[in-house]
Design a binder for this molecule. Structure first.
Ligand code: CTP
Ligand code: MG
Length: 238
């Protein structure tokens, strides 16, 4: 079978406890539109992405499907419920990936501004590496301390990255991710599971790809959307 599809798993099954809203974070409004719509729009618009699997909370499936329909996100082929932890939601999504998929991108809906440039960078790296993840270096000096806060050493800043999503993998790695996740005690991201066995390539991202975590992040994201030109701004379909 020819594997030539690029599928995206969008994670929107978190509650967003640190955001302190009654609505689950993916459905919190950003400039009048639900947060998850921004990522859906980006992957819908990307010419190489063939389909999208949306993972959301059990109680939010209807709401998610309505957004998909109303906003015309025709690439969404499945809306499934997530799990307790992020990695559980990742695995639920990966189980929906088709056999024709060559690459899979896994993206947090909490990052509304991951643009085409980042996606292209990750896809390009996947032609050489089995896993590729976007990241930014630090502008501050980074020091490692012990648990009482005493500095142990100053780290080489150029080799340190703050990792974001979308994280890209070859679909052949899906069985490994599923089996490794069962053994791991804590999983920050998919790369943690694979980096001991595979070369995971970090692709330079940009600072606009923020994660909305706290109320301050949401205020900053509002500011960014206000600055975007009306042409690029996300709108409900007429
Ligand atoms: N996520 C998920 N399933 C979970 C937990 C998280 O799909 N069980 C998703 C979130 O919806 C989010 C992404 O993973 O898009 C990154 O997680 P984070 O920013 O930590 O979101 P939450 O877990 O919702 O927030 P918090 O940790 O503050 O509760
Ligand atoms: Mg979380």
């Amino acid at each position: 079978m020819r594997k030539n599809k690029i599928e995206t798993v969008i994670l929107a099954a978190g509650k967003g406890r640190r955001l302190k809203k009654s609505t689950p974070k993916p459905f919190v409004k950003l400039n009048g539109l639900p947060l998850l719509a921004y990522s859906l729009k980006t992957f819908q618009a990307h010419p190489k992405v063939t389909s999208i699997i949306l993972v959301t909370g059990k109680g939010s499936i209807r709401k998610a499907k309505e957004i998909v329909r109303k906003m015309g996100f025709t690439k969404v082929k499945a809306v499934v419920s997530g799990g307790k932890k992020r990695i559980d939601s990742v695995i639920r999504g990966l189980k929906e990936v088709s056999k024709q998929a060559k690459y899979v991108l896994i993206h947090d809906s909490a990052r509304p501004f991951a643009g085409k440039r980042i996606i292209d960078g990750v896809l390009k790296a996947l032609s050489k590496y089995k896993m590729a993840i976007p990241g930014n270096t630090f502008s501050d000096t980074v020091k490692e301390t012990d648990f009482s806060g005493i500095v142990k050493k100053t780290l080489v800043r150029e080799n340190l990255y703050r990792i974001q999503t979308p994280q890209g993998i070859h679909s052949l790695l899906i069985p490994d991710i599923i089996s490794l996740s069962k053994k791991a005690s804590s999983v920050y991201d998919e790369a943690v599971l694979l980096e001991k066995e595979e070369k995971v390539k970090v692709v330079k991202s940009d600072s606009a790809n923020i994660k909305v975590t706290t109320p301050e992040d949401l205020a900053f994201a509002e500011f960014i959307t206000q600055k975007q030109s009306s042409k690029n701004r996300l709108q409900w379909k007429k």
